[in-house]
Every structure is written in structure tokens, then in C-alpha cells.
Design a protein around this ligand. Sequence first.
Ligand SMILES: [Cu+2]
Length: 254
Amino acid sequence: MLNKWMGIVPNASEHGRSVEHMLEVCHWFMLLLFVCWGTFFLISVYKFRKSRHPKADYHGVRGSASSHAEVAVILIEATLLLGFAVPLWNKRVVDVPDQSEAMRIRAIGEQYAWNFHYAGPDGVFGRQNAIFVTPSNPLGLDPTDPAGGDDIVSKNELHVINQRPVVLEVSSKDVIHAVSIPHMRVAQDAIPGTRVPLWFRPIRVGKFEIVCAQLCGAGHFAMRSLILVEKQEAFDAFQKETMSMQHPATASVN
Ligand SMILES: [Cu+2]
């Protein structure tokens, strides 16, 4: 309800609720802080007004209530950080699912599109080299490498399987971009020369938006793609069809 009112898109990933929960706790705490400090400020302004205190008192507060309040704030903030934020961060960034469980897909940004590179049925990414880059081979896949014989590349369309963890290896061909998938509650900068894993488990079949979240040039606004969360059969059909288009020789053998 609150999400809808604030224009936040519905969650479609397993960990999404915990991210929302973290944000909710922080916001409620900030509201509490705002109200308390605001009230304290107004009381002070009224109580220590000039007409009642014509002469300034340089000793300030004498009671210990304000120190207690400060300690309480520190304790609550430490709990937020150590009890909620660090464990969630660890789960999201350190505990990346391994290759046997997850789909590994490379997401490569360029001005102004996203390329998605799948390892194909053999699960091994083919070698890449900039010398092979052409309009029909945007990622420079080495045609002599057998591991790349079943690799497929899709532009502006990321196909994933529902309920299966996805590890996106995010990088860029030119400038800094950022993959942001609001429905999955994930975002990651795409930095040339690095390959950063970003993972999530989609829990709902559907089509969702992927946007570039770094101002990357004049066409930044148009740099949007779709993530298609599909059932296994639909993904297999996509893989087979794309393979037959991109590797007619290999596809006919299989
Ligand atoms: Cu971009």
C-alpha cells in the first residue's frame, strides 16, 4: 500500500523484502529522530527565550537526560548497522551462489544498450578479444574457440529462469554505466575493465524493466532493457532459437 503510494514498483525477487525492511526500519527511526530532536529544539527555544533569560548562561545543560538520549541514539544506530545492514550486505555481496546452482550471465553496457552474454549449454564462456568486435559480434567472441560455439548474446533483453538464482557479471565496453533492476531490488555500476557479480533470485514470472542508473551520455535516457523471467521451457526455447540464429552450424548438430 505504502509502496504503491510512493510509486515503488512491486518486489519480484527473493531478497527484496529484506531490502525493503531495512529501508523501512531506517525511515521509521529517522522519523522518530526528527520528531524528538524537533520537539527538543522547540522546547529549548521557548524555555530559554530572551525575556526569561536576559543574561546568557555559559554552563549549558546540567541534567544528564541529553547524554542518555545521545547514548540511546548511538545504540539504536549501532543495532541498525551491525544487526541489520552488515548481515544483509554480507548476504548480498559475499555469499554469491556458486556456478552449479546459479545461471551466470554477463551484462555488458555500451552507449546505449545492454548486451547479455550466455555461456550456452556447455556452461563455459567463449574467449573474447577486442580485435573480433564487429556490429554482428559486439562482444568480440573468438570464432576459433570451441567454448564459444554455443554462446549466445542478446541485446536489451535478459532472459532468466524463474526461481533460479542469477549471477550477473557486470561490466562495460566504454564508459561507466549501471545496471538497475528496480523490481529485483538490485543495482550495480558497470565499470570498464572490471567484472562485478550481482545476484538475485527472481520469484515471479513476468517482464520487468532494466535501466541504466549512471548518466552515461546523450542517449542515457534511452538505455533501457527488459528482464524476462520465464519458466524453464520458455528459456530453453529462447536459447535454442537464438543459437540457431547465431550459430547455425552448431545448432544443427545438436
Ligand atoms: Cu548507460
